[in-house]
Write a new protein. Structure first.
Length: 60
């Protein structure tokens, strides 16, 4: 029976770097998602304001 292969320091470093990159991309994606949500909210507000203005002008 063979024992488990001992990982070299280089492989460990690579794995750590990969983990870090993954964390960073996750943060970036979360930030983008949040920004998109915010933009969507403001866009909806703008459209409702515009529709109110249009409706008011029609009623006059």
């Amino acid at each position: 029976m063979e024992g488990r292969k001992k990982k070299s320091k280089n492989e460990k470093k690579k794995k750590e770097k990969k983990k870090e990159r993954k964390k960073e991309t996750k943060k970036k994606k979360k930030k983008i998602k949040k920004k998109n949500k915010q933009n969507k909210r403001t866009k909806n507000q703008m459209t409702t304001r515009e529709t109110k203005l249009v409706n008011n002008s029609r009623n006059k």
